[in-house]
Design a protein around this ligand. Structure first.
Ligand SMILES: Cc1cc2nc3c(=O)[nH]c(=O)nc-3n(C[C@H](O)[C@H](O)[C@H](O)COP(=O)(O)O)c2cc1C
Length: 191
């Protein structure tokens, strides 16, 4: 059985929907156990949640994109993870990342790069989306990977959308398939 942890911050509930979709996809892989860990408004997680992360085979990081990068709450979590870094507790775990923001681009890639760098600092093994982009003339907005990201899952929540309206349905489906991919890789590596 592969233990997957999805740890994320969401200021207003949109990225939480994406995180739930990632969890759903990962949980759909036979033998997966998935924990969803929300970083709170003060940038903290419970001590028991740190133990869940330490025990996980794969950690999937998620943050909204704020001012072209992770939220300050997620950065606080990153800095707090230095405790695990000192003893390389997360070394050789699978890692992956996702982000959600209002604009189509909105500098989401900078957020994914931050999540990737965090994962590299921990000596983890990064898994991208493995999803082909939907970018032909026939492409539809709710196609899988319409935002065209290979590095990590991306979603768009229009600026005036409630969490029920955004992220858009195709981006949630993209997140779900991404979660399944990461869990599948974790299961294969665990053997
Ligand atoms: C402080 C702040 C900064 C933001 N910066 C960006 C940005 O750089 N790019 C973007 O596309 N959207 C930006 N947004 C919009 C959010 O990414 C968007 O509303 C997102 O859905 C919020 O996710 P959440 O509900 O999980 O917090 C910003 C929102 C806030 C509050």
């Amino acid at each position: 059985m592969a233990n997957i942890a999805v740890v994320y911050h969401s200021g207003y509930g949109h990225t939480a929907k994406q995180a739930e979709a990632v969890q759903k996809g990962a949980a759909g892989i036979a033998g997966s156990h998935v924990d969803l860990i929300a970083i709170d408004a003060e940038g903290n997680i419970a001590e028991s949640a740190w133990q869940v992360l330490d025990a996980a085979d794969a950690i999937i990081f998620g943050s909204p994109t704020y001012m072209g990068n992770v939220s300050w709450q997620f950065k606080k979590f990153m800095d707090a993870s230095s405790k695990a870094w000192f003893v390389q507790k997360w070394k050789d775990k699978i890692s992956a990342g996702f982000t959600n923001s209002a604009s189509l681009n909105g500098d989401k890639l900078a957020t994914i790069h931050t999540l990737f760098t965090l994962s590299m600092q921990h000596g983890m093994i990064w898994v991208g989306t493995g999803q082909m982009p939907s970018n032909t003339k026939a492409a539809q907005r709710n196609d899988i990977n319409w935002l065209g990201s290979f590095s990590g899952a991306m979603a768009q929540s229009p600026a005036d959308s409630t969490p029920e309206e955004g992220p858009l349905p195709g981006d949630l489906e993209t997140a779900e398939q991404f979660g399944a991919r990461v869990a599948g890789v974790a299961a294969r590596l665990r053997g």
